[in-house]
Design a protein around this ligand. Structure first.
Ligand code: ZN
Length: 325
């Protein structure tokens, strides 16, 4: 029986799958002809408020490539997808909220449809076809406009209750004081969009770096400039980044001790600031129980096509599960 399952899983590996990345502005639509490969075919504006328009757009994109409606479709969506009910919750695309996304589109199109949130799709892409390949436990973190993450075990996403897994950016985690150059500085617990205060999300992204700089030095600088100035050994920027590293590395170390990853791919806008990710990696490794003498946090390599690639992995695994059942 075990062998039959693994054979059927192998067999579906060659099936082409359709994939879509529904972001805040665009639907990227693509085709993956084989594992590890994805091709973006088209990009259209995302209808945000009207569900039927969004579904029709997806149907049209899919039918253009596969009129016979035989290929499965994987969806990466901005927002959460509940693994039990399949319903979405999205601040950026309000019409997804409360809808069983995959089920509805499957009914409309007659295809098999599988959906997961964008952080989970990036995690799948990194775990199967990125820097996490070959690692059993992959904790992918997003440091961009917001803070997020996902966990994959043996190449499969861990789907937590309510679709919430790896979300180390939320929960009142932050220390309220940091030590910079021997001085203790107070950091207020900023209010977060999730309704709590003191979440990593409030200071962890690009806007967060700017907020900390404003707090300590009462001046406006862009996150890019603060990072550049820090590397050029500017004193004020150095203090801001020192505080940032403490405030982010503390809760991240707790998350890493809890999850136990052997690799932490970093996605999101700040992942392109290599020096910052290096410094964060060093700060985190000094705080975790499992002492490593190699980098743990590394920039994700699927930052450009992670949504499409992850959606394709999701579709292949979904089809394999259906056949194995
Ligand atoms: Zn929060």
């Amino acid at each position: 029986m075990m062998q039959a399952v693994s054979m059927s899983r192998e067999a579906v590996q060659d099936v082409p799958v359709l994939c879509a990345d529904i972001g805040g502005s665009f639907i990227k639509f693509g085709l993956s002809r084989a594992p590890g490969q994805v091709e973006e075919l088209e990009r259209v504006p995302v209808p945000k408020t009207d569900w039927s328009e969004l579904a029709a757009a997806l149907q049209q994109l899919a039918d253009k490539v596969d009129a016979g409606r035989t290929l499965p479709l994987g969806l990466s969506t901005a927002g959460l997808v509940d693994p039990v009910t399949g319903t979405g919750l999205s601040a950026n695309i309000p019409c997804l909220t409360g809808l069983p996304i995959a089920q509805q589109i499957s009914q409309m199109t007659g295809r098999s449809v599988f959906a997961a949130n964008d952080a989970d799709c990036l995690t799948l892409a990194e775990a199967n076809d990125g820097v996490g390949r070959g690692h059993s436990v992959v904790f992918c973190i997003i440091i961009g406009t917001g803070i997020g993450g996902g966990i994959a075990v043996d190449g499969r996403i861990l789907r937590g209750a309510g679709g919430v897994t790896g979300e180390w950016g939320h929960g009142p985690a932050l220390n309220t004081s940091v030590e910079i150059g021997g001085k203790l500085r107070h950091v207020p617990r900023f209010a977060c969009g999730c309704g709590q205060s003191g979440c990593v999300d409030t200071i962890g992204g690009a806007r967060g770096i700017e907020k900390l700089h404003r707090l300590f030095h009462d001046e406006e600088r862009s996150s890019h400039r603060i990072i550049d100035d820090w590397q050029a050994r500017d004193e004020k920027a150095g203090e801001t980044i020192a505080a940032y590293l403490q405030l982010v590395a503390d809760p991240l170390a707790v998350a890493i001790n809890t999850v136990g990853p052997s690799i932490v791919p970093v996605g999101g806008g700040l992942a392109s600031a290599a020096a910052l990710i290096d410094a964060l990696d060093e700060a985190v490794r000094a705080r975790i129980l499992n002492r490593l003498d190699r980098p743990l946090l590394v920039p994700a390599v699927r930052r450009e096509d992670g949504g499409l690639m992850g959606a394709a992995v999701l579709a292949r695994q979904g089809v394999a599960d259906v056949r194995a059942a």
